[in-house]
Design a protein around this ligand. Structure first.
Ligand SMILES: [Zn+2]
Length: 306
């Protein structure tokens, strides 16, 4: 793989996720934190209108607006703000000093997820990056999910994009611990790219990752209203293994609902799943109560710049 020349860091893709928005302000005053000798680092406030309103988005989710269909469509009067902004960002990423090689997109979640790195490939470069970031943080803090095959952003990137998702943090709130973890993950990402560019060799290894099995919906009554709450044993226990017989919801009539009652896939008693984004505030509108993942691993070859 060739050297990395241009890196872009996005904050405020969602206008109510404060860590990325304020880290961009912080780094403007202290640019050495994100500056490295072997590549250029740019930052971009991705959704400035939503940031002004402190809302996730104005018209529609920017994160879901980078589809080929949208990027190639003609802009008309009715085109939503985020659909226009996605086109602007896509051309920005591919102009100026050259195309963006690596995109780092900063997000927050209200779920107790700690640090979750989101990537859309299990290629050796990305997986070595996941492994490096994880190795620099205390055990149990960092997990990663591959969303390949899921609905995803399609930035025109030559190499990769990663999402740095950190929580728990309420929407429109800035917490020191969450901001600090997001900054550390960003700094380690940039350090990895600098080491790669300057000839470091990353040995072959095996890197664990998660894949999404299912988004679990809220329980609803006959009129379609939510009729239960995330079970207290599941709440805040992102990444703690669950099995078919574990409780996941308590209905308002007291009934306890088990994982096997809500998952549509066929599962056996001993299958182990890893829940995440448990009770994420922004997912109520998508009717997702939590996300069920399975754990996989990828053997990666030695990595060195060609
Ligand atoms: Zn977000």
């Amino acid at each position: 793989m060739h050297a990395i020349e241009n890196v872009c860091i996005f904050g405020g893709t969602h206008g109510d996720e404060m860590s990325g928005i304020y880290l961009l302000k912080k780094w403007k005053g202290n640019p050495t934190i994100i500056k490295r000798s072997s590549f250029a680092t740019k930052t971009l406030l991705a959704n400035p209108e939503a940031v002004k309103l402190a809302r996730r988005y104005c018209d529609c989710d920017l994160n879901r607006s980078f589809t080929d269909e949208n990027l190639k469509s003609e802009t008309v009067e009715e085109t939503p703000y985020e659909a226009r902004r996605a086109k602007e960002i896509n051309s920005l990423l591919n102009s100026g000093s050259g195309p963006c090689d690596v995109l780092i997109d900063l997000h927050n979640t209200t779920a107790n997820i700690k640090l979750c790195l989101i990537h859309n490939t299990v290629g050796d470069f990305v997986m070595h990056m996941m492994n490096y970031i994880n190795s620099k943080l205390p055990q149990g803090v960092c997990n990663n999910i591959c969303i390949s095959g899921a609905k995803q952003s399609t930035f025109d990137l030559t190499s990769c994009g990663i999402g740095i998702e950190v929580g728990p943090q309420p929407q429109r709130v800035l917490r020191a611990d969450i901001m600090d973890l997001q900054e550390k993950a960003t700094v380690h990402s940039l350090d990895f790219l600098e080491l790669f560019n300057t000839g470091s060799v990353f040995s072959e290894t095996v890197v664990p990752y998660h894949v999404i099995k299912e988004n679990v919906k809220f329980p609803r009554d006959a009129e379609g209203n939510i009729c239960g709450v995330i079970h207290s044993r599941l709440q805040d226990n992102d990444w703690t293994p669950v099995k078919a017989a574990d409780p996941v919801f308590t209905l308002f009539d007291g009934t306890v609902v088990l994982l096997r009652d809500v998952i549509s896939s066929v599962i056996i008693e001993d299958d182990i799943f890893y829940p995440c984004f448990i009770n994420e505030a922004a997912y109520y509108e998508k009717d997702t109560a939590f996300v069920i993942t399975t754990r996989c691993q990828k053997a990666v070859a030695k990595l060195q710049k060609s």
